[in-house]
Write a protein that binds this ligand. Structure first.
Ligand code: GLY
Length: 249
């Protein structure tokens, strides 16, 4: 029922950018920005989903853009929260639209994004548990980590019908073959293992097939190649993750 009434404030046009930051109450450590792809269909068509794929880093996050995001978005919200008595510690996710008038906030989340987290974690060089623990303790200055300079691209394999009604329980094959490809990690999301050890679908967004590459095109090609090795009835995915950056209109 929450969606029965809609307030339209402003139409924003541009590319979406997800900026995730670790915040320990005061210190903000901005993680490499990613770009999500919400529409279900190739060429950004069809209804919105939770995310059909993401890549990281993205050339959309120029020094100028990130300077504005830090100054106009992240610092003010963390300061405002502290002033209101909430010393926020954790992952702050700013979903932004890069408009001609500058970056505009679409949403805040207090968690990692899905699928943005998958390319980000594939590139992380450091001990995630230690990083998150020190963040929670307010000691972000004490942790050291950086990111693999290569690009990671995640392609989400979905069940037929998603984001509408979909069936569950389809047998998934090819996971080991895909995971054995160079630089490929297959994250399982909407899956479950049956009593006889078979992995089956158990959600709409089933797998986050992720690949590292020297650049976005190589990473995406590898992720798509890995997807071709994985089969379940009705499986579909977008082949064009990152296309708006690779071949701008
Ligand atoms: N990818 C969007 C979200 O995690 O909210």
């Amino acid at each position: 029922d929450a969606g029965n009434s809609v307030v339209i404030e402003e139409r924003l046009e541009g590319q979406e950018l997800s900026v995730l930051a670790l915040v320990d109450g005061r210190t903000i450590s901005v993680l490499d920005p990613a770009q999500d792809h919400k529409p279900v269909g190739e060429g950004d068509t069809g209804p919105n989903t939770g995310g059909m794929g993401a890549y990281c880093p993205t050339p959309l996050a120029t020094e100028d853009v990130m300077g504005k995001v830090q100054r106009d978005v992240l610092v003010p919200i963390v300061d405002a929260l502290r002033r209101e008595g909430t010393e926020f510690r954790g992952v702050l996710y700013a979903g932004l639209m890069l408009t001609p008038a500058g970056p505009k906030v679409l949403e805040f989340n207090v968690r990692f994004g899905d699928p943005e987290c998958q390319p980000l974690m594939t590139r992380l060089r450091g001990d995630l548990l230690e990083i998150l623990w020190q963040t929670a303790q307010g000691n972000l200055d004490d942790v050291e980590f950086d990111f693999d300079p290569r690009t990671a691209c995640t392609v989400v394999m979905c069940a037929e019908g998603y984001p509408g009604a979909y069936r569950k329980g389809m047998e998934i094959s090819g996971l080991s073959e895909a995971g054995a490809l160079e630089g490929v990690v297959v994250f399982q999301a909407g899956t479950k293992r049956t009593e006889n050890g078979q992995t089956v679908t158990n959600g709409g967004r089933v797998l986050g097939v992720t690949a590292l590459g020297e650049d976005l095109r190589i990473a995406r090609d590898r992720a798509n190649e890995a997807c071709r090795l994985i089969e379940f009835e009705g499986a579909f995915y977008r082949h064009d993750i990152g296309e708006r950056v690779l071949a701008p209109a």
